[in-house]
Design a protein around this ligand. Sequence first.
Ligand code: NAD
Length: 236
Amino acid sequence: MNSRPRSIVVLTGAGISAESGIETFRAADGLWANHPVDDVATPEGFERNPQLVYQFYNQRRRQLLSQEMRPNPAHTALARFEHEFDGEFLLVTQNVDNLHERAGSDKLLHMHGELLKMRCLNSKLIFDINEDLDFDTHCRCCRSAGNLRPHVVWFGEMPLHMNQINNALESCDLFVAIGTSGNVYPASGFYQTAKIRRVHTVELNLEETGSSFDTHVYGPATETVPQFFDQILQPS
Ligand code: NAD
């Protein structure tokens, strides 16, 4: 990266929230390890056993709303950067937690949905939810029970905001991926879109992911993210 970027797209994954205490998808001892993806993160799993799916997301929602769950210095650094940077900026997260917005991020898209939202299967209307969701929860639009689901994108479903994300990828001059393994499509293809346009691509991760970014910075996100973004703001 030779000159100061004018337009930046940042993609975050589960790794940025790991140091806040939310297990990543692939952590061997994480919440996901005891729950096969097919059961809790596919439309077919929800059809087969909705009770299990409700329980799984209820557990994750309760964890997110617990006292000790807070944004960490990586979330805070991105929010600070967004407000101090004078160019174009878009933060795209694969995370369904709300730690970016709690840290103060505004230019933020949740491409895989949000844990604190539910959706009516009939009207597709989206509502906030802070409590448990189950068969007995009454829909605020239909006024009946049993037709609400977590507003989370499951495997096999179309991620959200793709037009906006693609437009930003088509005009950015820096792409940064933070704490993502690059295993979940289409987010895993964003860096290739950027590379085809000869945009500088940077990966901040705890460890090597095997993707050919132009720059790799290894270490915990709470250290690498503040350092990397503060550096961009330094006068050249
Ligand atoms: P992933 O679990 O596949 O990969 C996590 C990545 O983060 C790994 O590459 C790991 O090396 C890295 N990492 C772990 N700790 C880190 C740290 N402290 N600092 C920097 N990097 C660190 O996650 P993914 O690529 O985001 O894909 C998983 C899918 O599961 C996503 O679609 C996401 O929606 C979902 N998910 C979300 C959350 C959340 O909302 N917080 C948590 C788990 C899974």
